[in-house]
Design a protein around this ligand. Structure first.
Ligand code: MLC
Ligand code: AMP
Length: 487
């Protein structure tokens, strides 16, 4: 039989009552395992299950239950609007949606007709794929208990289908296997000396690699206590009293803006930053205020975390360290150049995009290396530096990856918008902020921001909208984003 993915749940006896805390509610590993066993019993045999990924104990229970039963999990951002949510549910073919305690009300802002809150027949599918996706809502009840006795699923099986943005079109579902998750968490535990003695603290969303795979499964695999703060605020991080902290650079920037909170982190063992470049001034201010030089690590949904500085090694501002155990890297630089596309191989890579063989093939070189789309340099001592992205149409805002094309399409769905071009403009706190340039009549900036926030997820909304008479275009009629006026 294969080894369990969630090692610390295999023998949860004698566990502390606050092994897991999410947004102020705690439970022991034993309670988590019992409630997750009940979820597993309810969904066993399903081809895939969606989880409305609120920052709650229920979400953790739902994910653990699905992993016990070997059912692939599709996390759905809890604030996603109908366009994004229906795409994720339809594309993944998820017929079940696990939700938190509020049942129907918790099924989302746009509960599907006929399906929400009921254990009955799924709602009718609208013709042509339009309208709400048919899905049966299954509430997670923490009071339920069942001992799950099924075998450990095949390590090659899919653990997660994580929806992630490309430069154009709707997000694609990246297939992440159980063995990729295990390999990544073990490599990170080694690099960061992460053990059951740690208390991990973070408040990141539970629908991406950072918050969910590292931030929840990492704790359940290493056996460390987990305190999820609900939201990643400086005050909540300071109060949590952890040894190991995760944050995106925006979170660390906000910590440095709250010196008292920052000083409270001095007692920690390791502060880890990732998901976007950590600005050198934030690195410096963190060191001044906390005494810690943060560990920086680099990753992607498709590859999980692949590069990091180490608990026992040098931490250099602007550098993401060396490859984790099992990962090989190379930079595909033009003759004579030092920078080029970062390419990777290793056991943490995904198994392709669901239902998109061409996109999967296109993400690999002919000799089988994954093309990250990030531009990097490797120093003679092996330290990696991420210089930027090959495409300006992938935006990183607050650590979220957002495709310009997806936001443009959402804007074009507004009846008043005739043309739209979306860019990521440099921003001190968010890294980049989304700026939309539109040609439109009779609509305000606030209306368009709310429209995108309502159709997609709130974090995909433009922070600014500029109205133009026409988009700059080349002779072929293609919009020229480089010629747009400054934000
Ligand atoms: C504002 N809000 C609106 C709104 N304007 N709601 C609806 N419509 C509008 N027009 C409300 C929201 O409801 C929400 O309320 C609040 O504003 C959110 O504010 P925000 O300004 O959007 O959030 P912000 O403070 O900018 O968020 C910063 C952040 C967030 C750091 C907390 O960006 C974040 O959580 N980032 C983490 C991203 C991440 O985990 N990436 C990892 C990807 S994996 P309320 O009440 O809810 O607050 C990866 C791999 C790797 O990259 O390497 O790790
Ligand atoms: P996502 O798919 O949301 O996981 O985003 C992956 C992208 O985040 C990568 O391709 C990088 O562009 C960026 N990224 C992640 N970690 C870092 C980091 N430490 N430094 C710079 N960019 C990063």
């Amino acid at each position: 039989m294969s080894a369990p993915l969630l090692t610390s749940l295999a023998e949860p006896d004698g566990d502390r009552p606050d092994a897991l805390t999410v947004a102020g509610r705690s439970c022991s590993r034993e309670a988590l395992l019992g409630a997750a066993g009940a979820v597993a019993a309810r969904i066993a045999g399903a081809p895939v299950v969606a989880v409305r990924a609120t920052p709650t104990v229920e979400t953790v229970t739902a994910v653990v239950g699905a992993l016990l039963a070997g059912v692939p999990v599709v996390p759905v951002p809890p604030d996603s609007g109908p366009a994004e949510r229906d795409h994720i549910l339809r594309d993944s073919k998820a017929a079940l949606l696990l939700t938190g305690p509020q049942g129907a009300a918790d099924a989302g802002r746009h509960a599907p007709a006929g399906g929400a809150g009921s254990a009955g027949a799924p709602g009718p599918a609208a013709p042509g794929g339009a309208g709400p996706a048919p899905v049966e809502t299954v509430p997670v009840d923490l009071a339920e208990r069942a001992a799950w006795t099924g075998p450990e699923p095949d390590p090659k099986a899919t653990a997660f289908i994580l929806y992630t943005s490309g430069t154009t079109g709707a997000p694609k579902g990246a297939l992440i296997s159980r063995r990729a998750v295990a390999a990544d968490l073990d490599a990170l535990a080694e690099a960061w000396a992460w053990t059951a003695e740690d208390t991990l603290v973070h408040g990141l969303p539970l629908f991406h690699v950072h918050g969910l795979v590292l931030g929840v499964l990492g704790a359940l695999r290493t056996g460390s206590r987990l305190v999820h703060t609900g939201r990643p605020t400086a005050a909540a991080y300071a109060e949590a009293g952890g040894s190991l902290y995760f944050g995106v650079p925006t979170v660390w920037h906000r910590v440095t803006q709250d010196p008292d909170a920052a000083r409270a982190l001095s007692a920690a063992r390791l502060l880890v930053s990732g998901s976007a470049p950590l600005p050198a001034p934030v690195f410096r201010d963190l060191e001044l205020l906390t005494g810690h030089r943060p560990v920086e690590r680099y990753g992607m949904t498709e590859t999980l975390i692949t590069l990091s500085t180490r608990a026992d090694g040098e931490r250099r501002p602007g550098y993401v360290g060396t490859p984790l155990s099992g990962i090989r890297t190379r930079v595909a630089a033009e003759e004579g150049a030092e920078i080029g596309e970062l390419q990777l191989t290793g056991p943490t890579l995904f198994d392709g995009y669901l239902g998109r063989p061409e996109a999967t093939t296109g993400s690999y070189t002919e000799d089988g290396w994954f093309r990250t789309g990030d531009i990097a340099a490797i120093e003679p001592d092996g330290f990696h530096r991420i210089v930027g992205r090959a495409s300006t149409d992938l935006i990183k805002s607050g650590g979220y990856r957002i495709g310009a094309g997806e936001v443009e399409n959402a804007l074009l769905d507004h009846p008043a918008v005739r043309e739209a071009a979306v860019v990521g403009a440099p921003h001190e706190d968010l890294g980049q902020q989304i700026v939309a340039y539109v040609v439109a009549d009779g609509v305000s900036e606030a209306e368009l921001i709310d429209f995108v926030a309502g159709q997609l997820s709130v974090h995909k909304r433009p922070r600014k909208v500029r109205f133009l008479d026409a988009l700059p275009r080349n002779a072929m009629g293609k919009p020229q984003k480089k010629l747009l006026p400054p934000a």
